[in-house]
Design a protein around this ligand. Structure first.
Ligand code: SF4
Length: 135
């Protein structure tokens, strides 16, 4: 595993960290955490990142909390497209890429949340410590 090989596979290694998630992980909640991180880390210099990361977080947050709308999944994809390649530093792309990737590979989990207003993963299987604290 190195930077060039991962780039050839269509992704990027970033800081080199790898997160392993099993079937007890809700992918909507996992993406909610990631998007909250990027929203918090945005310095606000450029509009697509400043506004876009907030949009991404808020839309994912409402899906996770059972208030998702049918159009939200495509909206996430669209907001991500409008961030990528339009920011000063790499944080914008880093915020958008996981959103596109999660939707591409786990769209059915997002759709389940929207349709059923709750998570696909049974509560007893969900991991501890998954709460996000918004200051
Ligand atoms: S892309 Fe970089 S420079 Fe632009 S607002 Fe985000 S963190 Fe700041």
């Amino acid at each position: 595993m190195d930077y060039d090989c991962i780039a050839k596979a269509g992704s990027m290694l970033g800081s080199g960290a790898v997160i392993v998630m099993d079937e007890s992980t809700c992918m909507v909640k996992a993406l909610e955490r990631l998007s909250y991180f990027y929203h918090e880390e945005s310095c606000g210099q450029c509009t697509p990142c400043r506004e876009g990361t907030g949009w991404l977080y808020r839309v994912i947050h409402r899906i996770e909390n059972g208030q998702g709308r049918q159009e939200d999944i495509d909206l996430l994809d669209s907001v991500s497209d409008n961030i990528m390649g339009r920011t000063i530093c790499a944080l914008g792309d880093a915020a958008a890429m996981p959103v596109k990737s999660f939707i591409k590979h786990f769209r059915s989990e997002f759709q389940y949340h929207v349709d059923n207003k709750h998570c696909l993963v049974p509560v007893e299987l969900q991991r501890e410590g998954s709460k996000i604290y918004v200051g």
